[in-house]
Structure formats: structure tokens, C-alpha cells
Design a protein around this ligand. Structure first.
Ligand code: PMP
Length: 383
């Protein structure tokens, strides 16, 4: 069957190729997937089941249940000092659907969106799929993979409309400082831009602080704050996320949703409402577990030949520099997978800045992580 021209030549990303290869292999220790190993807490599951029995089985409101939106507001006020009205919240199908709808609502053909490298891979296709042009911004590890105002100014054109921020970052695990974010805020103000700030890893901070971009002076009006429960509440399969944004963006996203998904699964919304209201202690406990794993893996990586791993301030990813091995990040990833049966992702899948790095997700038990590090250490002896 003849495919649309725009998809005819599309190939699986560096990330998908690894995922597909693992499916056909046995005995792989999988550090490639950004999904917590913990299952959803049983009381959250019960809240979803209870909603089903209580008759929450009809079409949902397009914007999401008011109670779920209120729970999102209360969570962000409690944890990050964000003051927002539930009118400004949109409940989404996972965090992933937010940029798609947001770019659909905001972009005109040819509008440029700055994409800070290394970036979460789907953003690029989401900008292009909505008529925009991604403008990759190279960054440096010594700067936490955050751009300076000069670097941003150098890439701005008359078509620049927006920028995507993602701190704590996937894949880097790095967190921009308040000062760095204030510089970015100054830049977006100068150029009258929108900001899509993907803060889905907000609950996993190991050093420094999580600064919610929308709380910086003047930023709430120009920020779309994307978040979700996939990581913080171990709810990946429930496909539930949410967005804080100005009213006209929310209204347009509801219209777009009416053509696409017609809102979000009712039971997931009810489970999310319960989760946002009741799980702070559990979220904190799990963040501590991820932190312990990250520090243990980081120490092991730094003792390996050819590997250098900077401390991640947040998320559950480590992004070690493997350039001293003289392998490209693809070569390193595939050789490690085929010879040692440890799956990581090539940094180059996240933009050019990622070349020379690999992404390691600390989303497995300590035992699996230690065994993976034993195998990787053995693999690295040759360098
Ligand atoms: N943003 C980032 C930065 C992510 O890493 C992910 C998941 N890997 C998402 C959004 C999407 O998460 P969800 O599962 O809620 O769609």
C-alpha cells in the first residue's frame, strides 16, 4: 500500500532500533527504557477500579475532570509554589500527547522552535508534524547542558516562536540552575516567545532545587508546563499527563482533542486524582531509591576504563561520556548489547550534542544494575 510521502522514508529512531533488537534477544539486562520498575501502588489501582464501579464509564469532559485538574493544581502549589486555576489545566493522554496538541495549537507553517540538545527524541517529530521547524541548540556538559543567553541569541531568527525546556533532563539527568533559567526567561521575554517546559521528572531531584519555570516572574503567561504521573507515580501504562497553560491554548487543545482522542480515559483520571492527592511520601521514598541507584551506578561507571560520568542532579538517567573509548555512541551501544547483553541508548539518538555519550536508565533493581555494571566493566577493559 502506498504510504504518505511524509512517512515513506521514515526510519525507526536510534532508540526504537535498540528496543526492537532487545525483543529478539535473550538474557539482556535492559537499562534502555525510561520506565520505573515499580508497579502502581495498590491503593491507586483501587481508586481506578472504584471509579469504574461507581459509573465513571461515560465520555469524560474534554479538558479533564475538574477534580483531577484541582488535584494537579494542589500538587504543584504544594511542591513547587505554582499558583494556578483548574481552568488553566488540561488532562492529557500521557505526557507525550501534550507537545503534539500544543504545537498543533501554536505553530504556523515554518515557525521555528528551539530544541535544546540533548533532547527527548519525540519532540523533533512533534514540531515537524505540526508544520514547525526544529532548531537544535548545541549545549555543553560543563554548563549542565543548558544554553547560555548568547548561545540562544545566536540561533534566533525572525521565525523563532518558542523553545522547549526539559529539566531535570532526559537523557542528561541534568538540572538547569535558577540563574540559567532566569537568563532563558530574559531571552524569551526579549523575543516574545512561548516556552514548553517539560517538567515530568520534577519529583526526582538529588541535588540543587527544581525551579518550576512558570513561577519565574512574568513566565506563567508564556509557559506551557507539561507534567505527568508516568514517572513520579509509576503510572506509565495508565497514559495520564497534564498541562498548565494560558486559557486560549487550553481551549484550542480541547478542540484538537475532540478530533483525536475525545478526552482521556476516565478511570485513569480518577486514579490520577487520588494519586496526586495522597502519594507524596511514596513519591519521595521512590525518588530516594532512584538517587541511591544513580550514585551507585555513577561510582561504578567512573571506575571503568574510557568512561566518565558526571553526577546527575535529577531524573533517573545517567549520561556518561564514553568518547575516550574512541567508539561512537552507536558503536558503543551495539557492541555492548551484542557482546555483554547490556542495553543502553546511544547519546546520538538525542541530537548531535549526545554523540560520545550513552544513556543509562537506573530503572532496574540494584541487583540488576550491579550485574549490568559488572558486564560493562568487563566490556570496557579493552579500551
Ligand atoms: N517527557 C519526557 C522528557 C519523557 O522522558 C517522557 C517519557 N519517557 C515523556 C515526556 C512522556 O511520558 P508519558 O509516559 O507520560 O507519555
Amino acid at each position: 500500500m502506498e504510504l504518505a510521502r511524509k512517512f515513506r522514508d521514515s526510519k525507526p529512531s536510534g532508540m526504537i532500533r535498540v528496543f526492537q533488537a532487545i525483543e529478539k534477544m535473550n538474557g539482556v539486562l535492559n537499562l534502555s527504557i525510561g520506565e520505573p520498575d515499580f508497579v502502581t501502588e495498590p491503593d491507586i489501582v483501587d481508586a481506578g477500579a472504584k471509579a469504574a464501579k461507581e459509573g465513571f464509564t461515560h465520555y469524560p469532559p474534554l479538558q479533564g475532570y475538574i477534580e483531577t485538574r484541582e488535584a494537579a493544581c494542589a500538587y504543584w502549589e504544594r511542591h513547587h509554589g505554582l499558583k494556578s486555576s483548574p481552568d488553566n489545566v488540561y488532562i492529557s493522554v500521557g505526557g507525550l500527547h501534550i507537545p503534539w496538541l500544543a504545537f498543533g495549537a501554536l505553530l504556523n507553517p515554518g515557525d521555528e522552535v528551539m530544541l535544546i540538545e540533548p533532547y527527548f527524541t519525540p519532540y523533533e517529530a512533534q514540531i515537524k508534524g505540526n508544520g514547525g521547524v526544529p532548531v537544535p541548540i548545541r549545549t555543553r556538559e560543563e554548563n549542565n547542558f543548558a544554553p547560555t543567553i548568547e548561545e540562544l541569541r545566536a540561533s534566533a531568527t525572525s521565525r523563532t516562536r518558542g523553545i522547549i525546556l526539559n529539566y531535570p533532563g532526559n537523557p542528561s539527568g541534568r538540572v538547569a540552575t535558577r540563574k540559567q533559567l532566569e537568563e532563558i526567561a530574559q531571552f524569551v521575554e526579549e523575543r516574545d516567545m512561548f516556552v514548553l517546559s517539560d517538567e515530568i521528572y520534577e519529583s526526582m531531584i538529588f541535588s540543587g532545587e527544581h525551579v518550576c519555570f512558570a513561577t519565574l516572574p512574568g513566565m506563567k503567561e508564556r509557559t506551557l508546563l507539561a507534567a505527568g504521573l508516568s514517572k513520579s507515580h509509576c503510572m506509565t501504562g495508565w497514559r495520564i499527563g497534564y498541562l498548565f497553560a494560558p486559557q486560549n491554548v487550553i481551549n484550542t487543545m480541547c478542540v484538537l482533542s475532540s478530533y483525536q482522542t475525545y478526552g482521556v480515559n476516565t478511570l485513569s483520571q480518577k486514579a490520577a486524582e487520588y494519586a496526586l492527592n495522597t502519594q507524596d511520601e511514596k513519591v519521595k521514598e521512590r525518588a530516594e531509591i532512584f538517587g541511591e541507584r544513580m550514585r551507585a551506578v555513577e561510582a561504578r561507571l567512573n571506575a571503568m576504563k574510557g568512561v566518565k560520568c558526571h553526577r546527575a542532579e535529577g531524573s533517573f538517567y545517567l549520561f556518561p561520556d564514553i568518547s575516550q573509548t574512541s567508539l561512537t555512541s552507536e558503536e558503543f551501544t551495539w557492541q555492548l548489547l551484542n557482546e555483554a547483553k547490556v542495553a543502553v541508548l546511544p547519546g546520538s539518538a538525542f541530537g548531535q550534542t549526545g554523540e560520545g555519550y550513552v544513556r543509562i536508565a537506573c530503572t532496574q533493581s540494584m541487583e540488576t544494575l550491579i550485574e549490568s555494571m559488572n558486564r560493562m566493566e568487563e566490556f570496557c577493559r579493552r579500551f
